[in-house]
Design a binder for this molecule. Structure first.
Ligand code: FES
Length: 283
């Protein structure tokens, strides 16, 4: 299975379909507000993994209820809930998928294909049940669960092995030792400009506004872009750093993500000034 997944990650033949689908998704979901909503910016972490809990839970419950006598209506209701709730979950997933790296998009494409087959089988199961063909409905639902399980397996690989939509910056925290670390003289820091420094070999960006200084991890949580090379923009009245790679924006005062594709906030380190020297530590 590991070899198969590695092969899939390297299968360039998937790119023709993948690139077309990516353009279609980006052309359809043009509104930044809708993209941010689907990325989970308002939630502070990706929305798609949270949304899939509803169809997966409903479909697994239907599979159990289908084994019990006299539970046709309950099973039909569960299949209906799973089928309807899978649609917005899939849209959120496609929105995330369109900003992934190429090898991640290849696995994501197969993940989406398996789930689309699963969804089609469940929709057919629902239609059969509503027409009184419960035996057929059960069979289609078990086939749908098999396809959705394959999709879930690939989704797990995408998230946990390939790190899709997982915060890429958080692991940097484990490289910083405990205690306060000097990062420079406050007086030497320019106003309202990004400055890059290192703490225990971990790159951080500094942004001074008056006597307030933000110290933030430099590595973008989305896909490790260099925030130190990004622009500072005022968004909704807050100074934000915009990632140069895919445009995720994070508030310099607090690290909250304000625009995706990152669904994760950025880490800001607590600071203090001792005898004019700026220091930062782990949160
Ligand atoms: S790396 Fe993608 S937005 Fe920063």
């Amino acid at each position: 299975m590991r070899e198969l997944l590695t092969k899939l990650e390297q299968t360039t033949a998937l790119d023709r379909v993948g690139d077309r689908l990516q353009r279609a998704v980006q052309g359809t979901l043009r509104s930044q507000r809708i993209r941010d909503l689907l990325h989970g910016v308002w939630l502070g972490h990706p929305l798609h993994p949270a949304m899939v809990q509803v169809p997966v839970g409903a479909w697994i419950s239907a599979a159990i209820v289908d084994l019990m006598p006299g539970q046709r209506r309950a099973a039909t209701a569960l299949v209906a809930v799973g089928t309807v709730s899978a649609v917005p979950a899939a849209v959120a997933g496609l929105n995330d998928w369109a900003s992934l790296a190429r090898d991640q998009r290849r696995i994501g494409l197969v993940h989406a294909a398996a789930n689309t087959i699963g969804l089609t089988l469940y929709a057919s199961s629902l239609a059969a049940r509503l027409n009184g063909r419960h035996g057929m409905g059960k069979a289609l639902a078990y086939l749908g669960l098999s396809a959705a399980s394959a999709g879930a397996y690939l989704g797990g690989h995408l998230a946990y092995k390939q790190g899709a939509q997982v915060s890429q910056s958080i692991s940097e925290l484990h490289l910083i030792s405990d205690g306060w670390h000097p990062v420079g003289d406050l007086s030497s820091l320019p106003q309202r400009q990004l400055v890059t420094r290192e703490i225990d070999d971990v790159s951080v960006i500094l942004y001074r506004h008056g006597d307030d200084v933000t110290v933030m991890l430099e590595r973008c949580p989305h896909q490790s872009g260099p925030l130190g090379e990004g622009e500072v923009q005022e968004i909704d009245g807050h100074a934000c750093v915009v990632c140069p790679w895919h445009g995720s924006a994070f508030r310099l005062n607090g690290g909250e993500v304000v625009h995706g594709p990152s669904g994760n906030d950025q880490v800001v380190l607590p600071t203090r000034v001792v005898n004019g020297r700026l220091e930062a530590r782990l949160p």
